[in-house]
Design a protein around this ligand. Structure first.
Ligand code: ZN
Length: 150
């Protein structure tokens, strides 16, 4: 059993900034919003303040990262193109995280079925479904939030 506190934080950041298209150089004002989530633990209730701060810092870093990618991947109002590199980075990063959680849950299913053939099948299917679902939902969250004002 875990004795201690587990802090969760969610940070929403908004900033008005400039957008510049990497293809045609078009510039305009933009409003970017990023949402970040973070957690911090204080085992045995030591350092509760530190854990709360870590949760908030984690969430702030996530929100700022979200804003960065949302702005970079916005579709240009003039030429209709976007920064494909930014989208690729987001999908790769999200897939890595999704793979980790997918493998964990797939492993749990495998253990529940005691490593039988059915267990391997169910474990692999669980891992794939979790990975794909997490990758898509996380990538979509990271790529949205930029509103351009041409
Ligand atoms: Zn453009």
């Amino acid at each position: 059993m875990y004795a201690g506190r587990n802090y969760q934080a969610q940070v929403v950041m908004s900033e008005s900034t400039r957008y510049q298209c990497m293809h045609c150089g078009f510039e305009c004002d933009a409003m970017v919003t990023g949402i970040g989530e973070g957690s911090g633990r204080s085992p045995y209730f030591l350092d509760n303040d530190g854990a709360r701060d870590r949760a908030r810092m984690d969430a702030s870093a996530g929100a700022s990262n979200n804003m960065h990618y949302a702005l970079r991947s916005a579709v240009c109002p003039k030429c209709g193109k976007h920064d494909a590199g930014a989208r690729r980075e987001v999908y790769v990063l999200s897939a890595l995280r999704g793979l980790l959680f997918g493998a964990l849950l797939g492993g749990v299913v495998l253990v529940l079925f005691k490593g039988s053939t059915t267990g391997w099948g169910a474990g692999i299917v669980t891992a794939l479904v979790v990975m794909i679902a997490m990758t898509i939902s996380r990538a979509q969250r990271m790529l949205t939030g930029a509103i351009l004002h041409p």
